[in-house]
Design a protein around this ligand. Structure first.
Ligand code: PTJ
Length: 254
């Protein structure tokens, strides 16, 4: 950390890497999470390291969906707990959602380390730890299949971030709406989710909290209209067109 100069042009990005390494040392993050983050950094370059219009539209639809949900649950993995713990706790509070730990590389030490981060941040309840993850998502073979009967299992809306595509597919098959935060519009998670926020989770989560607060004053009908007007395929196509145009512009400016 001390080796990163104050005026380094990519200081913020380098500090985030330090944060992830610290989280790894505390067992919150797995080494594979560092690799996943590197891929995310690359996509962030491609979208200009800003929350673009396609992400704003998805954030609005996601906020409306969370507010209309009866049993929303936020699924937390190592990368999410390392990068945006406060944001996730606030999002759960504002949208009356449950927080549940769900890990690909599940082990007891990590579950406890992540639960500690969330409780220390002010979370009232954290599901999915130990015996609580007693239900099973059908047709899923990774450790991600183990879920809490009080959270993801009975949720009508699940918000998740940075994960492999299998579980999103399985959750959609169970009839749930899935809100995915994934900066890669080409991933299976992005393509199978009900709403995909193509943005860095670091920017997307605080923005989503603001949006939920803003939309709270709207009527049920107005929220339903926002959800009705949203089309995920259009949004993914917009994000790809944005990247293609941006690369064309950049190639012309060399
Ligand atoms: O904590 P665990 O055990 O549940 O494991 C978590 C990881 C991330 C290791 C696991 O879910 C995994 O391997 O994920 P993938 O298959 O690498 O998918 C991660 C997706 O998130 C990729 O599409 C990345 O481009 C994307 N991504 C990476 N960093 C960010 C991101 N999306 C949003 N914001 C980011 N900062």
């Amino acid at each position: 950390r001390d080796l990163i100069p104050e005026n380094h042009p990519r200081r913020e990005s380098l500090l985030i890497r330090e944060k992830l390494i610290e989280a790894m040392e505390k067992s919150i993050l797995v080494p594979q999470g560092l690799i996943a983050h590197g891929r995310g950094e690359c996509f962030d370059y491609l979208i200009g390291e800003k929350t673009q219009d396609f992400a704003e539209k998805a954030i609005e639809a996601a906020a409306a969906t969370l507010l209309l949900a009866k049993t929303p649950t936020i699924s937390v993995n190592g990368n999410m707990a390392a990068l945006v713990p406060e944001g996730l706790i606030r999002l759960a509070e504002e949208s009356n959602a449950k927080l549940e730990i769900n890990l690909f590389y599940r082990d007891e030490r990590r579950e406890k380390a992540i639960a500690e981060v969330l409780y220390k941040g002010g979370a009232k309840e954290v599901l999915g730890v130990g015996e609580d993850a007693s239900e099973v998502i059908p047709e899923l073979f990774s450790q991600r299949r183990r879920v809490s009967p009080k959270g993801i299992y009975k949720a009508d809306v699940v918000l998740l971030g940075l994960e492999d595509g299998d579980r999103t597919e399985a959750l959609v098959k169970m009839g749930k709406k899935v809100i995915a935060i994934d900066i890669n519009p080409l991933s299976r998670t992005s393509r199978t989710a009900t709403i995909t926020i193509v943005d860095n989770i670091i920017r997307a989560v605080p923005r989503l909290v603001e949006k939920v607060k803003e939309l709270k004053s709207k009527s049920k009908e107005e929220l339903e209209q926002i959800v009705f007007n949203y089309d995920n395929k259009t949004i993914l196509a917009e994000s790809l067109k944005f990247i293609a145009n941006r690369l064309t512009q950049l190639s012309l400016s060399l």
